[in-house]
Design a protein around this ligand. Structure first.
Ligand code: ADP
Ligand code: ASP
Ligand code: MG
Length: 394
């Protein structure tokens, strides 16, 4: 049987027709090498953001079902154009939406999860020798509604298809040639990590390293899919994420940043706790982070997960202080020396912020700082210096 290659090209890789044509050449090259090829595409450039903006110009609270109908069109544009470009090279290709590809999800609009993949139509077309192009980021719920998989979700489409087709690995192409020890756009001396385990990668993705979608990494772990993070153009370098790398001693650290977060602080007495929680639930608000205790509740919402956030928060009518924040994290095992790591991190952050301006907490694979949004880049650079540069030199 011919080996299957699953490739995913992100928004910047298909941002205009010229780039799309170059992607078509890469895809055709894989076909020429003798592979069966499945290609997952994201919406062109900033299409998804533009569609979101239009929805918000109409209403501060776009219904999630209609948002899914709207946003899923971005990927449909890319898939159709790429299929045309491949056919123009003289190769047979066919494009499919998520639902045509058999991607079945739960019914949670805007942040749906894949529950099953039945890629029958894809397999049929591959058997006929066609290159199959799939619109990323979308599926169909068991109620036959169109759903989307959360911002950045095309990676998850690709990994889920790789698993369902028995591909064993999945190539994720973007504007960076792999996973770095910090966002290379913010930390200019960030270094590419050659290889990583699923644990660290998933933690990095959940805490804001958007080069890979966290759900994609979770899926890859569950199905043993090796992930290659590569650049569409300009570099042959890459990062490999694979199961056996989880067991290797973790010596490298990485810095991530999750933003923007709408952070609410409310004075409260413990007796009010149940009432506050009920109000959050009534507005469908499940905080991305929350701290309950002392005389204050702090709840934070990652804006990318809540398209209707401002309207829902206004309805809470809490006497809250609302701030825009970021959570900057140091990811990696601290070799057991959490206290030492905290001292070092505090020293780094203290150069930028007053003590009252940040909050720190730890989890098994990370240490996280909530900081004012405006300082997030400086904090990433300072923590990178303290944990990724100085510790390497030591
Ligand atoms: P695509 O649109 O191709 O899916 P994304 O924009 O989702 O690409 O992800 C690539 C971006 O992720 C890069 O441009 C980079 O700025 C950002 N990024 C954040 N953290 C990291 C990291 N640790 N390593 C590499 N890139 C990162
Ligand atoms: N186009 C979607 C987004 O911008 C999905 C993706 O790019 O993976 O979030
Ligand atoms: Mg992405």
């Amino acid at each position: 049987m011919t080996a299957i290659r699953v490739q995913k090209y992100g928004g910047s890789s298909v941002a205009d027709v010229g780039r799309l044509l170059r992607v078509a050449e890469r895809v055709v090259e894989a076909k020429r090498q003798g592979f069966q090829v499945v290609v997952v595409v994201s919406a062109m450039g900033d299409t998804t953001n533009r569609l979101m903006k239009m929805a918000h110009e109409i209403t501060p609270e776009p219904p999630r079902r209609e948002l899914d109908m709207l946003l899923s069109t971005g990927e449909r544009i890319s898939m159709a154009l790429l299929s045309m470009a491949i056919q123009a090279h003289g190769y047979e290709a066919i494009s499919f939406t998520g639902s045509q590809s058999g991607i079945l999800t739960n019914d949670r609009h805007f942040e749906a999860q894949i529950i099953e993949v039945r890629p029958i139509r894809i397999q049929d077309e591959l058997a006929r020798g066609k290159i199959v192009i799939v619109a990323g980021f979308q599926g169909m719920s068991y109620k036959r509604e169109i759903t989307t998989l959360g911002r950045g979700g095309s990676d998850t489409t690709a990994v889920a298809l790789a698993a369902a087709l028995g591909a064993g690995s999945c190539e994720i192409y973007s504007d960076v040639d792999g996973v770095y020890d910090a966002d290379p756009r913010v930390v200019l001396d960030a270094k590419r990590l050659d290889s990583l385990g699923y644990d660290e990668m998933e933690e990095m993705a959940r805490m804001g390293a958007k080069v890979l979608h966290a759900e994609a990494v979770r899926f890859a772990r569950e199905h043993g899919i090796a992930l290659y993070a590569k650049a569409t153009a300009g570099s042959e370098g890459y990062t490999l994420i694979r199961r056996d790398l989880d067991a290797e001693p973790k010596t490298k650290m990485a810095i991530t940043c999750l933003r923007p977060l709408c952070w609410l602080s409310v004075p409260y007495a413990e007796a009010d706790e149940a009432a506050y929680q009920a109000q959050l639930a009534a507005q469908g608000l499940h905080p991305s982070l929350s701290f309950w205790g002392g005389q204050q509740i702090e709840v934070a919402f990652w804006r990318d997960a809540y398209p209707e956030l401002d309207a829902a928060v206004a309805r809470l009518r809490w006497p809250a202080i609302a701030e825009e924040k970021a959570v900057v994290s140091v990811i990696g095992s601290q070799s057991g020396d959490i206290a030492g790591a905290l001292v070092r991190a505090n020293q780094a952050v203290r150069g930028i912020l007053e003590a009252a301006q940040w909050r720190v907490w730890t989890a098994p694979l990370r240490m996280s700082f909530a900081v004012p949004l405006a300082c997030a880049d400086d904090v990433q650079r300072a923590l990178h210096r303290a944990f990724c540069v100085e510790s390497l030199g030591a």
